[in-house]
Design a binder for this molecule. Structure first.
Ligand code: 3PG
Length: 212
């Protein structure tokens, strides 16, 4: 397995971050690291994404910062130039996946259907995002498709919360779970980084409880 993804899997939960202002990047990274999850998927949904990745990576070199919602190869370049160590996309774009693999950049594209999973396997991937997880059948869907696709492990994202994350983490088909519950936009906008740290610690504790 790609070394970067292996490290990401060890965190078990990957905070999915949407930052509207890069001034929040440093205190957010502080809160995540102090809370025990030194990783983040910073989504390319805002103008502040690339600058935020740069700040988080520079202030916390130990942190595994990646880019999410990456839809084009141009965004891959922008994200990697900013310091992103991994790329996440909501769907499977073969061009983006091949571009990353050619450059040895870790990528987890989103899949839902068996056909998309076969395409991921054909492209040489064994870790995929399962998105949007809960609306797409959640853990029972992942278990069902794992019968034929034994080589795949999943990063479910979308609708994961402290109430259901434990069941996901108990499954050996789950590589890590993505979620935004500990880094909600209203907490970031309010500058409530203490609360973010507290929720992050709770999430990190869940991973310890389930995975040891
Ligand atoms: C997203 O699309 O923002 C991610 O899938 C996070 O989903 P969540 O907010 O349901 O955790």
């Amino acid at each position: 397995m790609n070394e970067t993804l292996e490290k990401l899997g060890q965190y078990g939960i990957v905070p999915v971050v949407v930052l509207n202002d890069s001034k929040d990047a440093e205190p957010l990274a502080d809160a995540l690291c102090e809370g025990g999850l030194a990783c983040a998927e910073v989504t390319f949904r805002t103008e502040a994404a690339a600058e935020s990745i740069k700040i988080m990576s520079e202030k916390h070199p130990e942190m595994l910062v990646g880019a999410g919602t990456v839809l084009t190869v141009e965004q891959v370049d922008e994200a990697v130039a900013a310091g992103a160590k991994f790329i996440v996309s909501p769907g499977l774009n073969s061009e983006v996946v091949k571009y990353c693999l050619d450059k040895n950049i870790a990528i987890t594209p989103g899949v839902v259907t068996p056909s998309e999973m076969e395409l991921a396997i054909e492209l040489g991937l064994n870790i995929v995002k399962f998105f949007p997880a809960e609306p797409s059948g959640g853990l029972s869907m992942i278990k069902a498709v794992s019968a034929p696709y034994t080589m795949l492990k999943f990063m479910p994202t979308g609708g994961i919360n402290p109430g259901n994350v434990k069941e996901y983490l108990k499954s050996d088909k789950i590589f890590a779970c993505g979620g935004s519950w500990m880094v909600k936009g209203d907490l970031v906008d309010a500058g409530d980084f203490d609360k973010i740290k507290e929720l992050t610690k709770e999430a990190a504790d869940i991973v310890k409880e389930i995975r040891g």
